[in-house]
Design a protein around this ligand. Sequence first.
Ligand code: C5P
Length: 208
Amino acid sequence: MGFVIAVDGPAASGKGTIAVKLGALYGFPVLDTGLLYRAVGVKVLESGGDLGDEAAAVAAAKALDPQELERPEVRTRAAGEAASRVAIYTPVRQVLRDFQLAFAAQEPGAVLDGRDIGTVIAPRAPAKLYVTASPEVRAERRWKQLTGQGETVAYEDILADIRIRDERDGARAESPMRPADDAVLLDTTEMSIDAAFDAARRIVEAAR
Ligand code: C5P
């Protein structure tokens, strides 16, 4: 396994942007693991299935084609909600885990962002960040992103989504969202993107 950089944290904390920038800096491929769960959720919904049906979610995970991660449908608000519902199923996580392990094994290194990278997928990663921000600031960032891509949605609804997802992701029995014991916490509430990236880069440099 190469130099794995694990970037975990809640929705819209800035972890995705930080992961992409770290990947560009080091020349490492980047995997937004949330897209895997989003694509599974979208697949269930599009096949007319029920997100409460574990077997349907497992079948969708097994049939997932990596090209589906590129579809605009996986970036919608509904996809984020669907993702956190299929993410509670242990067999779904197992299927997606194999894909993530293969990605993390690339030389000379890889960046993965998600909820359980530092704890479950790559517990021996030399560099682990846990990126957070206040729910209000995260809701504002997500609102700007969604309206920027043409979705009509109220800020209050996004804030409610974020609170529900934080609760669901943190409370689930299987691979809950939490910082690894050896992760470095980075609170981006008051930080610009540049400042957050600079702080992240310093954390990774210290681990190299
Ligand atoms: O990061 P993003 O908001 O796209 O993730 C969507 C959902 O997918 C999360 O709310 C979470 O339920 C799930 N997820 C997960 N484990 C990951 C990445 C995402 O359970 N590593």
